[in-house]
Design a protein. Structure first.
Length: 235
């Protein structure tokens, strides 16, 4: 049983502006490349050729390279298929597919991780997301209509780097929020054992996990750049 999260990072508005500028540059070049014997790719233009293109339309802000993609990559998790974690894994899978529709306690929000922020990243510890109602860690809702109890099988699992677990606000308060472990440090892992239900393990996307750690904040966990789940589902 596997699920995936496509992780995006960066300033979406800034990226859109940069992409628009690049598209406008490419369109202007396509229109004039043959006339002025210019390369067809903006990236291939020399500084002199860039100046020629700019003189053709001084109203445009030209960009000669596309912006870095917002997609950091895909994380694939193997979920525990045992009966002792059936409720937890069913909750996570349904939130990945969005199949349950709207939240009961926030009808204008969907029970779906798509576009949900990864709102808290503590460097060298955990990356937390899944607040489908408020997006900042103060909300969340399970597919069962609120919170649900800890499944004891998950409390017995010893977390390691890449482990997937339910975030909570105390005993038996699981909702939609989850976290991924960023470390193998024994002292950090000891803080998690017996307190959080571990129900999966990262199997693909270790490079994405490492990138999450690099944009982590301090003890408050505020990421250095916006991070969110752009797409998700089951495999």
């Amino acid at each position: 049983m596997r699920a995936y999260l496509d992780i995006y990072m960066g300033d979406k508005d800034e990226h859109d502006r940069a992409q628009s500028a690049y598209d406008a540059t490419a369109a202007l070049l396509a229109k004039n490349a043959a006339i002025y014997a210019l390369p067809t790719s903006p990236a291939a233009l020399s500084e002199e050729q860039q100046d020629i293109l700019q003189e053709l339309d001084s109203t445009l802000v030209l960009r000669f390279a596309p912006p870095e993609p917002l997609l950091a990559g895909r994380m694939v998790f193997a979920l525990d298929a045992g009966p002792g974690l059936a409720k937890t894994t069913a909750n996570f899978l349904a939130l990945c597919t969005g199949e349950k529709g709207a939240c009961k306690n926030a009808p204008n929000k969907r029970l779906h991780y798509r576009d949900c922020p990864v709102h808290r990243i503590v460097r060298g510890f955990v990356a937390q997301g899944g607040d489908v109602t408020r997006g900042d860690g103060s909300g969340g809702e399970s597919i069962y209509g609120g919170k649900f109890n800890d499944e004891k099988a998950g409390l017995k699992v010893r977390a390691a780097r890449g482990a997937l677990a339910m975030a909570n606000a105390g005993k038996n308060t699981n909702s939609s929020q989850f976290f991924v472990v960023l470390t193998d440090e024994p002292a950090a892992l000891a803080k998690l054992h017996g307190t959080y239900v571990v129900f999966g393990q990262l199997v693909e996307g270790w490079d994405v996990l490492a990138r999450l750690d690099t944009v982590g904040g301090g003890t408050d966990g505020r990421p250095a750049v916006p991070v969110w789940i752009g797409d998700c589902g089951k495999l």
